[in-house]
Structures are given as C-alpha cells and as structure tokens.
Design a protein around this ligand. Structure first.
Ligand code: NDP
Length: 400
C-alpha cells in the first residue's frame, strides 16, 4: 500500500494514472501533477469513470525544484513517476534527493538547447542516490524499458553471450492524419532528425539520418521499411552486456511521413534555434508542436498495431543461437481501456509495472539503475496481465 506521485498529464501520464488506479492493492493513493492542472483534472475524471477511483491532482512546474519539494512534502509519496518531458529529469531527481523519495522515468535527460540525449547527466547522480539510500529507475517505458528487460531475459535464460542485438520498433497503425507524431512532437522530431549511430566492435559508428534502411517483417503486420536510428537504450545495454559486438536500433517510417518530415526540415521548422517573430523570440519546433495534432488525441479511430522487440544472435552451450522476443499492441484496444493510443499505452504500462516492482520490493537498492540491471523475471511475469503480452521464438531467421 503506497502513495505515488505521477508528474506529466500527456498521453503517457493518462495511461500511467489509469493503470495505477487499476491496482489499489499497490497504489493506495495517487496524485497526478502537471504544468496544466485542467489536463490532470480531465484525466482524473476519466480515471473515476474507468476504475471508480478518486485520484488527487495538482499544478506543478517540474523545472522548479522548490515547487517540486513542496508538493512532494505535502503529499508524502514513496515514489515519483516522471512522465512529463526529458528536460525535467534532473530537477525531479534533485527534488527526490532532497525529500528522500524514489524516482522512475521513461526517457533520459536532454538539455533544451541541444538535441542530444545520453545517460551521463543522470548516471552522475549515482553517488548521491546511494548516499541517500533511495532508488532511481531510468528508462522504464517500452524503448527504453521493455526492450532492455527483454535483453536482460535473453542474457539470463537464453544465451551465454549475446553478440548481436537489433531492437526493432514498428508502428503498423493508421491514425488517418497526414502527419502526426505518436508522442511529444518536439521530443520525437529532435530524436529522429539527428545523426544515427550504432555500436560495433567497441565503438560508436555514426550515420546520417535515415542512411540505412531494411525491409523487415513484423508479426501480424507484415513487411515495413525500417531505418537505423540512435536510441538511448543502446548506451546502457552495451555497457551492461559487454559481450555485445554490435547493437542497433530500427524504427519504421512510411514514405508519406518521411516526405512531410523532409519538408518540415527544409523550411526550417524542425530547428531549435530561436528566431524573432513579431518582436517575440520563438523556437520553430515549439511552434510546430502547437499546430500539429496532439498525440493524446490520436486514439479515436487509430487502427492497427505496434510491434516492438529484440532480435538477438549469440552463443549458447558453444553453439550459435537466434532469438526474437516481442510485443504487439493494438491501438484500438489501448484506447478503449485507457483513452490513449498504443504508443502512450506501451510506455505507461511498463512505467506502472516498474513502479509496482519497486513498491513490492522486487526491484530496488540504493543508487541509479537502468532497468536491465534488475531481475527481468518478476516484471515479465506480470507484463502480459497488465496488457502487454509478449512472445518469444528461438531458431528464427532474424533478417538482420
Ligand atoms: P506529452 O507532450 O503528451 O505530455 C507531456 C506532459 O508533461 C504534458 O502534460 C506537459 O504539460 C507536461 N509538462 C511539460 N513541461 C512541464 C513542466 N515544466 N512541469 C510540469 N509538467 C510539464 O508527452 P507524452 O505523454 O507523449 O510523453 C511523456 C514522456 O514519455 C516523454 O518524456 C517521452 O519522451 C516519454 N516516452 C517514452 C517512451 C518509451 O518507450 N520509453 C515512448 C514515448 C514517450 P502541458 O500539458 O502543460 O504541456
């Protein structure tokens, strides 16, 4: 029985709130806080309709440590689940340190002024979390998150050494819009327009955006063009599984999406450099976010499924082995249950499940941890029951 504070009232915050409310035996008291309290109130009303439970709401600026500390002290949670934006990771970690409360997030820190994401800033909190005797769980969404836990399962139960890891992320859904992103447009566009990179033989190999493409088959979806990107879990996975010789991340994009993205970039709308507009400084990408569809609104009539997993080659008992582990998630089923589409669902369900692991004492320890450092078994034992069934096959053609 524990109090939990969820910060961020977007699509992921909505799913996390609904899913926590479904488990009163673990999450006895829930508060949802965000920059715009009316969004928290809308979600709270929906949580009440869907689960019969009342949750509290509050306004907070998660970039303001004193405000966060005051809120945490007044509510007294055991854990803060941070599902606002990656810009707020460090301020929320600071507030957790000051109040002695555990921390969990789904995306690593990014400075606003530079489209760069890496774990160094959060790993630098290791000693302070250790000394405070509290836990920080980093990257507990789907990717990072479940893909990292899938890799930990492969290492624990299927391989003596993992050599080649390919994380494959397909959105086979159709939301009927000409162009929309499935999570925060600013974060998403910053992520996919920067140079890619992958790990090979002990070093990072840099690529141009969308330089490498492969046609891959996804279960229940079929063949989709998949492009090599850099994704943050690669950094912690090659550190935590040092036998990995090559680690790559692939994501599907349709031609229509890429054409829109090219135009957006060519006309300067993906830029994060401020420009003057009618006497005001604006950031083109922030402005673009304001006119694009809200990812949280994409759920209605969103058909199709996501399929995300890990394709792994390595050695077991002296022999080469291949292994594929994945989840498919239906956008419509996610929307019917939580009011949010599949990409928010596949992030919010693991965030709730990771929080449950911590509060039940199945994961823990003092310090800063990436999720693959914990025992994958108790998490994967319940993930299907929580709405994300997973499947695994050995001896398959990995296509990679
Ligand atoms: P949204 O943009 O829909 O929601 C973000 C929420 O954070 C909004 O409610 C926003 O408030 C709030 N917020 C922003 N700034 C502040 C602030 N300073 N103080 C308080 N609240 C603030 O994003 P999503 O729900 O789509 O994504 C949430 C997180 O999940 C992101 O960090 C994203 O990177 C991560 N993610 C992780 C994935 C994974 O698999 N690991 C996959 C998808 C997303 P307001 O409403 O006022 O704008």
């Amino acid at each position: 029985m524990s109090k939990v504070l969820i910060i961020g009232a977007g699509g992921v915050g909505r799913v996390t709130a609904v899913k926590c409310a479904q488990h009163p035996e673990v999450f006895s008291d829930i508060m949802l806080a965000s920059r715009t309290v009316s969004k928290c109130d809308d979600i709270a009303a929906d949580v009440k309709r869907k689960t019969g439970r009342d949750i509290r709401t509050a306004q907070v600026d998660a970039e303001n440590v004193p405000q966060l500390v005051e809120l945490i002290r007044s509510f007294g949670p055991e854990l803060v689940i941070h599902v606002a934006l990656p810009y707020q990771d460090l301020t929320i970690m600071d507030a957790c340190l000051e109040t002695g409360v555990h921390y969990l997030d789904t995306a690593n820190y990014e400075p606003k002024e530079e489209a760069k994401f890496e774990y160094s800033w959060q790993w630098a909190y290791q000693d302070r979390f250790k000394e405070a005797g509290i836990t920080a769980i980093l990257g507990c969404g789907f990717d990072p998150g479940v893909t990292s836990i899938f890799t930990a399962r492969a290492a624990k139960h299927h391989f003596d050494e993992i050599h080649y890891l390919d994380i494959v992320d397909c959105n086979g859904g159709d939301h009927g819009k000409a162009f929309a992103t499935n999570f925060n447009p600013e974060i998403n566009i910053r992520e996919i327009t920067q140079n890619g990179k992958y790990w090979e033989n002990g070093e990072w190999v840099e690529t141009k955006p969308f330089e490498f493409r492969k046609e891959l088959n996804y279960p229940g979806i079929g063949s989709r063009s998949s492009y090599l990107l850099y994704h943050e879990e690669l950094e912690s996975l090659v550190k935590n599984f040092p036998t990995i010789k090559r680690a790559r991340f692939w994501m599907t994009f349709g031609d229509e999406y890429l054409t829109h993205l090219r135009v957006i970039q060519n006309i300067g709308m993906a830029s994060i450099e401020p420009v003057m507009y009618q006497g005001m400084e604006i950031v083109p990408l922030n402005f673009l976010k304001a006119v694009l569809p809200d990812p949280g609104s994409l759920g209605d009539n969103y058909s199709g499924e996501t399929s995300i997993g890990c394709r792994i080659r390595g050695i077991k008992d002296g022999k080469e082995k291949t292994y594929y582990i994945w989840n498919n998630c239906s956008h419509q089923a996610a929307f019917d249950e939580t009011g949010a589409q599949g990409v928010s669902y596949t992030t919010g369900v693991p965030a709730m499940t990771g929080a449950m692991m911590l509060l039940q004492g199945k994961w823990g320890g003092a310090g800063v941890f990436n999720v693959e450092e914990f025992n994958p078994d108790p998490f994967l034992d319940v993930l299907g029951k929580h709405g994300l069934e997973w499947h695994e096959l050995t001896g398959v053609d990995l296509e990679l």
